[in-house]
Design a protein around this ligand. Sequence first.
Ligand code: ADP
Ligand code: NA
Length: 324
Amino acid sequence: METIFSGIQPSGTPTIGNYLGALKQFVQLQNDYNCYFCIVDEHAITVPQDRLKLRENIRSLAALYVACGLDPEQATLFIQSEVPAHAQLGWMLQSISYMGELERMTQFKDKSAGKEAISSALFTYPSLMAADILLYNADIVPVGEDQKQHLELTRDLAQRFNNRFNDIFTIPDIRMPEVGARIMSLQEPTKKMSKSDENEKGFISMLDTPKQIEKKIKSAVTDSEGVVKFDKVNKPGVSNLLTIHASCSGESIEELEKRFAGQGYGDFKQSTANAVLSVLQPIQEKHAELMQSEELDDILDSGAEKANQAANKTLAKAMKAMGL
Ligand code: ADP
Ligand code: NA
C-alpha cells in the first residue's frame, strides 16, 4: 500500500481553502493509502504565536481532522513536535539545502515581505517540510497549489541526499485537487486565501458562524459587470466564488454559470453561502462534540506512537548514511 503524508499549520483555524485544497482530499484518500496527517506546530512557530492560542489551535485542528471524517483507525493523526525526528532530519536536510534555492521560495518572499524581524526558521521552513514528508517515505503528498514549489524542493533534496549518501528516501509525488487547489482571498481575489491573513474578511474559517459566513461572502469583492461567468483573469472574484460553490455543492462550474445566467450577484452569493454552510455545519457540530471529549488525547497519543516508530526507522538510516 502506498503512503501519504500531509500537514496543516495550527496558526489559526483552517479556512475553506484548507478544506477544499487539502482536508477534503485527505478524507477521500484514507481508505486506499497508508496515511499520516500531521499538525505541523513546528512550522507554525516560524512566525510569532501566542502560547495559549497555539495550544488551543493545535487541539482544535486535531478535532477538525476527525470532524471532517478522518478515521484514526485508518489514518495516523499526530502532532509534529511530539515526533522529534522531524526537527532532527530537518536540520540534516538544512545542511544539504542551498541558500539560493531557499531564497527562491515564493512563500518565504510573501511571508517576509515588509517585515523587519524575520526568523531564520521561516527561511529554512522548506527543509523541515521535506523532512516531514521523507521520514514516512511518502509516495504522494496531497496539498494545495501553494505547496507545489516546496514539494519540488523536497524532491530535489531527496534526490540530492540519495545521490550523495545512500538511497534512503522515496521521491514523493504531489497530488492537487482538480477544482479548489487554490482558493483566493474574498477581499483580494488575486491573493490566496490564508488563515493567517490579517484581514479576517478575506477568509472563511471552518468554524465561522452562519452569519459570519453569509456576511463575508456577501461582501466578497467581485466586479461591476453583474455576470456570473468563470474568467480568472478578468473576473477573479466571481471565479473564486464559483470555484468555492462548485467544490462545496458538487455541481460543475458550467452548471452554475447556466443556473445564474442573467441574475446578478445577489442570489449567486446567497447560494454560495448556502453551499459552504451545508459543508461546514455538520463538521462544526462534530467538532464541538470532540472538543468536549477526552477522545482527542487518546487519538493524538496513539498517533504519536505510530509516527515515532515509522519516523525513527528512516531517521536511523539517514543518520547512518551521513556518518552521524
Ligand atoms: P495557510 O496558508 O492557510 O496557513 P497551511 O500552510 O496550513 O495554510 O496549508 C495547509 C494545506 O492547505 C496545504 O496543503 C495547502 O496547500 C492548503 N491550502 C492552503 N491555502 C489554500 C488555499 N487558499 N486554497 C487551497 N489550498 C490551500
Ligand atoms: Na501554506
